[in-house]
Design a protein around this ligand. Structure first.
Ligand SMILES: Cc1ncc(COP(=O)(O)O)c(C=O)c1O
Length: 389
């Protein structure tokens, strides 16, 4: 029997393959994982307790469908929280999604037509090209460079612009590079989008994981052009909740809700209930648990990299979960895919090849610093150094 051409266009992710490989060897304690992007902390206890007690006391109420767009009071809390960043939106401008992944799919479905061109950041998250291709949209990479702190250059955007260009996808804090878009980059992007009537899709999956500086929200600079999305997978250390949200202009959100009714009808009601509680404690969880733990691990990885792999080039991530390093000065580092495979086989260290994040990723590896404790981080970097020697 024949299968659809559209589904055949989806390439399976290298990162998912790594996670499957890791899952099979879950019980091998000698493996060190700098691979996946799952938060390693436990979700906040308060959130879990509150969800359990609500479910125990009133299981029917909390286990039914929610409105397609998501629970109103939760969307109200999200809109209120965004005011701190100068974003003025109403709950009608928010739709709850099944993680950042569905958010991307809803946004792309509502904004772009088959045949449109969309510019995506290189390096950037690996899951933009596939959903765009699935929808018949052409993804074109635009380059951001380490020497520019991975900021946006108007020249790069102009070079890629055609009559068919309808949008730009950016990610801040960047996955894989950990940089935040500066106010100057954001203003350039906002001006460019307004001038050329383009959508900006801003992926802010790590907006709560910022170690230095403040998160600057692009939405307030171009509210008619921007669709922003995030997820509780990172901020609430709960990727299994599969919950995120999008905010944007009301008409765009209304379209996304229509698509949502096809993909999942509504997001999980237990997850939405849990996250309502999360809003009460999120600032203290972030300040006392999330940031100090991950910052310690980031610093440990940075120190070990500088000590054991002095020829690697990278910049200190301001946010996110990863250090993204160019190992091409080492002979074995030139081919990132083969280096990642061999590192796993020979040294039992899991890393992700840079090529997963765009054409400029050759010779780079992405190293997650959130998954292991400080001692294991140093040991993992020592093993990588041994491999490159
Ligand atoms: C930049 C970025 N966007 C989106 C996602 C997808 O989010 P979720 O896992 O909540 O679907 C991720 C997940 O790692 C991510 O790193």
């Amino acid at each position: 029997m024949r299968l659809s051409e559209r589904s055949g266009k989806i390439e399976s992710f290298h990162v998912r393959k790594i996670l499957e490989m890791l899952d099979k060897r879950r019980h091998d304690p000698s493996i060190i994982s700098f691979g996946g992007g799952a938060a390693s902390l436990a979700p906040p206890q308060e959130m879990i307790h509150s969800l359990f007690s609500k479910l125990k006391n009133n299981p029917r109420k909390y286990s039914t469908y929610t409105p397609s767009q998501g629970i109103y009071t939760l969307r109200w809390k999200i809109a209120k929280n965004l005011r701190k960043y100068g974003v003025k939106i109403s709950p009608e401008q928010v739709v709850m999604t099944d993680g950042g992944t569905e958010a991307l799919f809803l946004a792309f479905s509502a904004l772009f037509n088959p045949g449109d061109h969309v510019l995506i950041q290189d390096p950037g998250y690996f899951n933009y090209e596939n959903p765009l291709r699935f929808l018949g949209v052409k993804a074109k990479y635009f380059r951001t460079r380490m020497k520019d702190n991975y900021q946006i250059s108007e020249g790069e955007l102009k070079r890629r612009l055609t009559k068919k260009t309808k949008g730009i996808v950016v990610v801040s804090p960047n996955n894989p590079a950990g940089t935040l878009l500066t106010k100057a980059s954001i203003k350039t992007l906002a001006r460019f989008a307004k001038k050329h009537k383009l959508w900006i899709v801003c992926d802010e999956a790590y907006r709560s994981v910022v170690f230095e500086g403040c998160y600057e929200d692009i939405y307030r600079y171009a509210p008619k052009n921007c669709v922003n999305l995030t997820t509780f997978s990172k901020s609430a250390s709960s990727p299994g909740l599969r919950l995120g949200y999008i905010y944007g202009p009301k008409d765009a959100i209304e379209r996304m809700v229509r698509v949502k009714e096809l993909t999942s009808l509504c997001s999980n009601s237990w997850s939405q209930t849990a996250v309502q509680e999360f809003f009460k404690i999120k600032d203290s969880y972030k300040a006392n648990v999330l940031i100090p733990t991950y910052k310690r691990r980031r610093n440990a990885m940075a120190v070990a990299l500088a000590k054991y792999l002095p020829k690697a080039k990278w910049i200190m991530p301001q946010g996110g979960f990863y250090i993204y390093a160019d190992f091409s000065s080492y002979r074995k580092g030139k081919n990132d895919v083969s280096a990642a495979e061999k590192l796993f086989k020979k040294e039992k260290v899991v890393v992700v090849p840079g090529s997963c994040f765009g054409p400029s990723g050759k010779g780079h590896l992405r190293l997650t610093f959130v998954s292991e404790e400080v001692g294991q981080i140093e040991e993992g970097i020592r093993r990588i150094a041994r491999f490159f020697r």
